[in-house]
Design a protein around this ligand. Structure first.
Ligand SMILES: Nc1nc2c([nH]c(=O)n2[C@@H]2O[C@H](COP(=O)(O)OP(=O)(O)OP(=O)(O)O)[C@@H](O)[C@H]2O)c(=O)[nH]1
Length: 154
């Protein structure tokens, strides 16, 4: 490190990071009876056993809403109604970066059958932080909880 100037080190840092894979992912904040669904990734997935909102990578030519409806059928066998969008959030993991496109959703039809996750749980919005979330979700949870507090006070 000693032989590099700060700008050289900065350059290397930027060069190294711009080569990381960047993925665009939708996620569903599914609400039912005042509770929110969280899903736990399996031990063999990336970010093993972390909690997340169901969803997945947006395919080319697909809208975020279409992606969310497709992913929820694939992952959990449910048809969702996609509602309001929440602020988009980007996070850099050590090996890739992700932009999350969160939407409030409700289940229109179907019973949850887990095809990829190991568990789901329903929690009140203000208890979401008690789980071990994928790091990218933390700002999403924060803005969702702020939105809930505003809804409660209106
Ligand atoms: N669906 C979903 N993915 C998330 C969330 N937060 C987060 O960091 N991710 C990351 O975004 C990626 C979602 O892509 P995916 O669901 O299609 O990926 P995957 O695990 O099936 O495939 P992979 O093995 O290529 O990672 C995963 O790497 C996942 O770790 C979230 O709340 N929901």
């Amino acid at each position: 490190m000693g032989q590099f100037s700060i700008s050289e080190v900065g350059h290397f840092y930027i060069a190294a990071n711009t080569s990381l894979k960047h993925i665009h992912v939708t996620c569903a904040i599914i609400e039912r009876d005042g509770l929110v669904l969280a899903a736990q990734r399996s031990a063999v997935m990336s970010l093993p056993l972390k909690w997340e909102f169901p969803g997945g990578k947006i395919d080319p030519g697909e809208s975020p809403e279409e992606c969310l409806r497709r992913e929820l059928v694939e992952e959990m066998a449910v048809h969702v109604r996609v509602g309001q969008s929440l602020p988009v959030s980007t996070h850099q993991y050590p090996t890739f970066s992700v932009t999350l496109y969160p939407f409030l959703c409700t289940i229109e039809s179907g019973e949850i059958v887990l095809h990829e996750h190991v568990a789901v749980t329903w929690l009140p919005p203000d208890e979401l932080h008690t789980l071990d979330w994928a790091e990218a979700d933390l700002p999403v949870i924060k803005s969702y909880q702020q939105g809930c507090r505003m809804r409660d006070h209106s």
